[in-house]
Design a protein around this ligand. Structure first.
Ligand code: UD2
Ligand code: MN
Length: 466
């Protein structure tokens, strides 16, 4: 952005930084590209050191060949863990060697764009309790070409399955900003690329060391910084490229467990919405979280309802009324449930269909609301509809609170178990195709037809069995 380039920085006033890069079995080229780009695009007066943490990789070129290669750079340190720690503990081991005022974390397959560090450090100099992220540009996995984001940056959010999601800047936020080069408040961070004051990070309780391998730590830190009085921002003038690999060089088995830890510590009763949409999470063992709960108490952090109201008011909070959410089981065809496969996974068209019940929430999780909608939460809130003149069940964006509800998304879930659609006058009907496949269709309601009866399964708000 032109206006970013016009920004001037007084280097003597900026805090210094240590750049911390944990890696596990990373390719030589991407790892070296990251280190070179940090060295070349970070002014020497600002960079105390680069700390590489090898998280117990087994690739041979990451042994003496790597040591040899970096030995000419006095500012680059290599630390090796003596067992596989996972990214959280690997980063913390690196941070313990840092001498800079600010910790800047990067993934090991990044490319910093000249001018990337100054806005981050300036911002932390102004406000010590803010965590600042660069704009993450995509580096193409096939061609390794750089894709600069052209328009406005995206900010971080999540859905109720607790997967991280990108969002456009909401209208209210956009209006609040005095200029396009101001940092943008973001409810969550992607996780890999951010700068934080070392002292503040410690005050805030660094990371949850009970998290292993990969996943969950980004939402945990996001909830924590906001709920405990700090803030999280994306600086539109700081750009770093990141390679999103087609396939990571390692398995990611701990994501759910880590996420449960985050939910248990920070989400209060709202964690039920997550468990409802991801029943296996309820059965995860997640270890001891008492130290994290103590941090929350010590810092007198706000509740999750405060976070939702003040930081992420755009997120729709499900009603999840007891007995009115879960899988919609057909009474007519044994063990079959309504299933919605979003278009990106289903090129043949996104209709609600029938699939054997799997009990995992996800694609089979629906909620019947007091507004008589059949909701499906994903990146955006979706509402089941029957388009004018059609007999299939599709999904459309749910209306925002103040707009009137279009009649095509209104359903009556009747006493006898029928899902009646007043606008078309028809009922959701399960059936078998000529080929023996099962599916659903809108048909004229016939009293006593079992194919038109449905019931919610797993519709209870059970706590996590401790
Ligand atoms: C995203 C984040 C990543 C992290 C993750 C959730 C970005 C660009 N990336 O996934 O930083 O927050 O979400 O956990 O925001 N690593 C280890 N030990 C391990 C596993 C990973 O050191 O056991 C390193 C890995 O080499 C890399 C970093 O941790 O440098 C992040 O891993 P990733 O690149 O596989 O994660 P990514 O980008 O898919
Ligand atoms: Mn990465």
């Amino acid at each position: 952005m032109i206006r970013c380039r016009a920004k001037k920085f007084d280097y003597r006033r900026l805090p210094t930084t240590s750049v911390i890069i944990a890696f596990y079995n990373e390719a030589w080229s991407t790892l070296l590209r990251t280190i070179h780009s940090v060295l070349e695009s970070t002014p020497a007066v600002l960079l105390r050191e680069i700390i590489l943490i090898d998280d117990f990789s087994d690739r041979v070129y990451l042994k003496s060949q790597l040591e040899q290669y970096i030995s000419n750079w006095e500012r680059v340190r290599l630390i090796r863990t003596n067992k596989r720690e996972g990214l959280v503990r690997a980063r913390l081991i690196g941070a313990s060697y840092a001498t800079g005022d600010v910790l800047t974390f990067l993934d090991c397959h990044c490319e910093c764009v000249p001018g990337w560090i100054e806005p981050l450090l300036e911002r932390i100099g102004e406000n010590e309790s803010t965590i600042v992220c660069p704009v993450i540009d995509t580096i193409d996995w096939n061609s390794f070409e750089f894709y600069m984001q052209t328009d406005e940056p995206m900010i971080g959010g999540f859905d109720w399955r607790l997967t991280f999601q990108w969002h456009a800047i909401p209208e209210v936020e956009r209006k609040k900003r005095k200029s396009r080069i101001e940092p943008i408040r973001s409810p969550t961070m992607a996780g890999g690329l951010f700068a934080v004051s070392k002292a503040y990070f410690e005050h805030l309780g660094t990371y949850d060391m009970g998290m292993d391998v990969w996943g969950g730590e980004n939402l945990e830190l996001s909830f924590r910084v906001w709920q405990c009085g700090g803030s999280l921002e994306i600086h539109p003038c700081s750009h770093v490229g990141h390679v999103f690999p087609k396939k990571a060089p390692y398995a990611r088995p701990k994501f759910l467990q880590n996420t449960v830890r985050a939910a248990e510590v920070w989400m209060d009763t709202y964690k039920q919405h997550f468990y409802n949409r991801n029943p296996p999470a309820r059965k995860e063992t997640y270890g001891d979280i008492s130290e994290r709960v103590v941090i929350r108490e010590r810092l007198k952090c706000n509740g999750f309802d405060w976070y939702l109201n003040n930081v992420y008011p755009d997120l729709h909070v499900p009603e999840d009324r007891d007995g009115w959410h879960g899988a919609l089981l057909s009474s007519g065809i044994h063990s079959e449930c309504l299933d919605y496969n979003a278009p990106e996974h289903n090129p043949t068209g996104a209709h609600v269909s029938l699939f054997s019940c799997h009990g995992q929430g996800g694609n089979q999780y629906f909620e019947y609301t007091t507004h008589k909608e059949i909701r499906y939460n994903s990146v955006t809130e979706l509402c089941a509809e029957v388009p004018e003149g059609q007999i299939y069940i599709g999904m459309t964006h749910c209306p925002h609170d103040r707009t009137p509800t279009p009649p095509t998304i209104i359903w009556e879930f009747r006493e006898d178990g029928t899902l009646y659609h007043p606008h078309s006058g028809m009922c959701i009907t399960s059936y078998r195709t000529a080929e023996g496949r099962t599916d659903v269709q809108m048909r004229i309601c016939t009293s006593g037809d079992k194919q038109q009866r449905w019931k919610f399964e797993n519709g209870r708000d059970e706590p996590h069995p401790k």
